[in-house]
Design a protein around this ligand. Structure first.
Ligand code: NAD
Length: 553
C-alpha cells in the first residue's frame, strides 16, 4: 500500500511488497518514477526541481511509461527520448531495462531560445540532472555535498568550526532547500532568502528550515544573536535576493560565507527579477520571454555585484552550481568569475578519487531498511571519517522525504562493496525489500560542465563532453538497469552533458553481477578521467586499487 504524502496528497509514496510490474527491477524503476513526483516541487505539471526539470514530457508520455514498466519483461529495453517513450525493444536479460537521452541539442543550435521553442512544440523537455532520470530524492539529495562544502570552508578559513559564523544564501527550492539544514548541521547561523513564501513554508514543514522571519531586520537580529551565542540556526526570509543582498551590503554587514541557489540558470521559468511578483512573472512566460530574460539578467547583475562586494570585504563567496556567474558575466559583470565554483574550490581532490554523491533508496518504503544500511556503512567503513561523521549526523538530523533514502560520498570500491553487502541483506530477508542505488550526475566521470564540474581542469579539458558519453556506453555494457545521457544547463542548452545510472539490488545473483560491474566500472572511469587530466590523487588511486588505466607514450 502506498503511504500518504502530506505535501502532495495526490502523489502517495510508493511502499509495500505488492508488485505491479513483472519483476523487482521494473517495479523498482516504476517506484522511483512515482517517488520523484511525490517529492517534487510541482508534480501536477510533472516538475520535479531546478525550475523546469521534468519527470516525463507530458501526462500522456507519463502514462505510456508507467504502462511499459508495468508490462515489460526483463529481456526488453524501454527507450525514452526527452521524457517520451519511443520504443520497447527485445534485448536480453542483462541489458538495461531503460535507456534515456534527455534535452540533447546539436551544438550550433544549443541556445536557450531554441530550447524554449522546441519545448513549446512539445518536442523536448529538460530533465534536470535527476528529474528526468527518476533519481531525485528531495532536498536530501544534495545535502551532504552542501554540508561538506561548508566544512571544507570551516577548515580553510575558520579553524575547523562554523560556530559563530553567518552564512547568507538564497533559494529554498528543491535543491536549495538543503542549505538551511546543511548550514545548521555545520554549526552556523544561516539566512536563506526566497521570493516564494510557499517554498519557505514547504522547507519549514519538512523540518529543513527552523524559522521564517517577517522582515529583514528581524532576520538579521536572529542571526546576530545566534552568532554571538555561537548557536546554530536557520532562518528564512521572503524577499528578492537581488534586493536583499545589496541591502545587507549597504548596511555594512559582511557575512562570513555567501552563496546562492536560486534557479539562475533559467531566466524565464527560474529566476525572478526584482520588482516583479510571481504572478507577473508567470504572465510573461509565454509572450514576454525577451522582457523577462532581460529583467532577470539585470537583477542578477545586482545580485552578483553584491556577492563580489562581500568577497572584497573578506567573505568566503562561492557559486553553488546555478550558473549565476555565467549569467552575470553575460550581463556585463566582467569579474563575475572572481567568485570560484564550489567543485574546484573545495571538492576536486575528492572527485579525483571518484569520491562523490552515491545514494540508496529503500524501495519497500521502510525507514528501518535505511537504518539497517546506516549501521552497515558504519561497520564497513570505520576509518572513513567523512562518511561515518556524515551517517551519524544524517540519521539524527535529516528527515526523510518520499521513499526513505540516504546519500553518502563514497568512492571507488566502497560503492561496489556496500551495494553487494546490501544485496546480500536483501537475499537473506534482512531488509523489507530491494534497494535502488544511483548517484548524482555531478560525479567524477559523469559530467562535463565547464562552469560547474569541470571548470579549470588541470589540462584545460573543461569543455570535452566525451567522458559522460563514454560513461553511458560503459554502463550500458556493464548491465546497469537504467542509463541516461542529459544535456542542458543554462537556459537548458549547451552548458553541460552528463550521465546517470540506476541499479536495483534485488537480492539475486544476477543483481550482484550487475551491481559489481556497473558500479566498479563507473568509478573506474571517474578516476581515469582525472588521471588523464593529470591529477596526482587519481594516479595514486589507480596504483593502490589496480584500476585498468591505459597510458600512452
Ligand atoms: P528550484 O527551481 O526548485 O528553486 C529555485 C528557488 O529560487 C525557488 O524557490 C524560487 O522561488 C527562488 N528564486 C528565484 N529567483 C529568486 C530571487 N531573485 N530571489 C530569491 N529567490 C529566488 O531549483 P533548485 O532545484 O533548488 O535548484 C536551484 C539551482 O541550483 C538551479 O540553478 C540548479 O540547476 C542548481 N543546482 C545545483 C546543484 C549543485 O550540485 N550544486 C545541484 C542541483 C541544482
Amino acid at each position: 500500500m502506498p503511504k500518504p504524502n502530506p505535501r502532495h496528497p495526490n502523489y502517495p509514496i510508493p511502499s509495500g511488497d505488492v508488485l505491479r510490474a513483472r519483476g523487482w527491477r521494473q517495479e523498482g524503476l516504476l517506484r522511483l518514477l512515482e517517488n520523484v513526483l511525490s517529492v517534487g516541487e510541482d508534480p501536477d505539471n510533472l516538475i520535479v526541481y531546478a525550475a523546469l526539470g521534468k519527470a516525463a514530457r507530458n501526462w500522456a508520455a507519463h502514462r505510456a511509461i508507467v504502462k511499459a514498466l508495468t508490462e515489460m519483461d526483463e529481456d526488453q529495453t524501454l527507450i525514452i527520448q526527452s521524457g517520451k517513450p519511443v520504443g520497447l525493444l527485445k534485448t536480453h536479460a542483462k541489458a538495461p531495462l531503460v535507456i534515456m537521452a534527455n534535452c540533447n541539442i546539436v551544438g550550433q543550435w544549443a541556445k536557450a531560445e531554441v530550447f524554449y521553442e522546441l519545448q513549446r512544440k512539445g518536442l523536448i523537455c529538460w530533465g534536470g540532472l535527476t528529474a528526468g532520470a527518476w533519481q531525485y530524492i528531495g532536498s536530501q539529495g544534495v545535502i551532504q555535498g552542501t554540508y561538506e562544502i561548508f566544512m571544507r570552508i570551516a577548515e580553510k578559513r575558520f579553524g575547523g568550526s562554523l560556530a559563530g559564523r553567518f552564512i547568507l544564501t538564497a533559494g529554498l527550492g528543491g535543491m536549495g532547500g538543503a542549505q538551511p539544514l546543511a548550514g545548521r548541521m555545520a554549526g552556523a547561523a544561516i539566512l536563506c532568502v526566497d521570493i516564494d513564501p510557499a517554498r519557505a513554508a514547504a522547507r519549514k514543514a519538512v523540518g529543513y528550515l527552523e524559522h521564517v522571519a517577517p522582515d529583514l531586520d528581524t532576520a538579521l537580529s536572529v542571526i546576530d544573536e545566534a552568532v554571538k551565542e555561537k548557536r546554530a540556526t536557520s532562518i528564512g526570509l521572503v524577499g528578492n535576493a537581488a534586493e536583499i543582498y545589496p541591502e545587507i551590503a549597504r548596511r555594512g554587514i559582511v557575512p562570513d560565507i555567501v552563496t546562492d541557489q536560486t534557479s539562475a540558470h533559467d531566466l524565464v521559468y527560474g529566476y525572478v527579477p526584482k520588482g516583479m511578483s510571481l504572478d507577473q512573472v508567470k504572465g510573461l512566460r509565454d509572450d514576454g520571454q525577451g522582457q523577462l530574460m532581460a529583467a532577470s539578467r539585470a537583477s542578477i547583475v545586482e545580485h552578483v555585484s553584491a556577492m563580489l562586494e562581500f568577497q572584497r570585504q573578506g567573505a568566503e563567496v562561492f557559486d553553488n552550481g546555478n550558473l549565476i556567474r555565467t549569467q552575470a558575466r553575460e550581463g556585463g559583470v566582467a569579474n563575475a568569475f572572481d567568485i570560484p565554483i564550489f567543485t574546484e574550490a573545495y571538492l576536486r581532490p575528492l572527485f579525483a578519487r571518484a569520491i562523490g554523491p552515491f545514494r540508496w533508496m529503500a524501495l519497500s518504503g521502510a525507514e528501518s531498511d535505511i537504518a539497517r544500511i546506516d549501521d552497515l556503512v558504519l561497520e564497513m567503513f570505520p576509518d572513513n571519517g567523512i562518511v561515518t561523521n556524515w551517517i551519524r549526523l544524517a540519521r539524527d538530523n535529516v528527515p526523510f522525504e518520499g521513499l526513505p533514502a540516504r546519500i553518502a560520498w563514497l568512492g571507488h570500491g566502497e560503492r561496489t562493496a556496500l551495494a553487494l553487502a546490501v544485496n546480500r541483506l536483501v537475499a537473506a530477508g534482512e531488509l523489507k525489500g530491494p534497494v535502488a542505488f544511483s548517484r548524482d550526475h555531478l560525479d567524477a566521470g559523469a559530467m562535463a560542465h565547464p562552469n560547474i564540474m569541470t571548470e579549470r581542469m588541470k589540462d584545460g579539458s573543461d569543455a570535452i563532453a566525451d567522458w559522460p558519453l563514454l560513461d553511458a556506453m560503459l554502463l550500458s555494457s556493464s548491465m546497469a538497469d537504467l542509463v541516461v545521457i542529459h544535456s542542458g544547463g543554462g537556459g537548458y542548452a549547451g552548458y553541460m552533458t552528463s550521465c546517470g545510472v540506476t541499479l536495483v539490488a534485488d537480492g539475486t545473483a544476477d543483481g550482484a553481477e550487475r551491481l559489481e560491474h556497473a558500479l566498479t566500472n563507473d568509478t573506474s572511469l571517474g578516476v581515469i578521467r582525472y588521471a588523464d587530466a593529470g591529477y596526482d590523487e587519481s594516479l595514486d588511486e589507480i596504483a593502490k586499487k589496480g584500476i585498468g588505466y591505459v597510458t600512452v607514450g
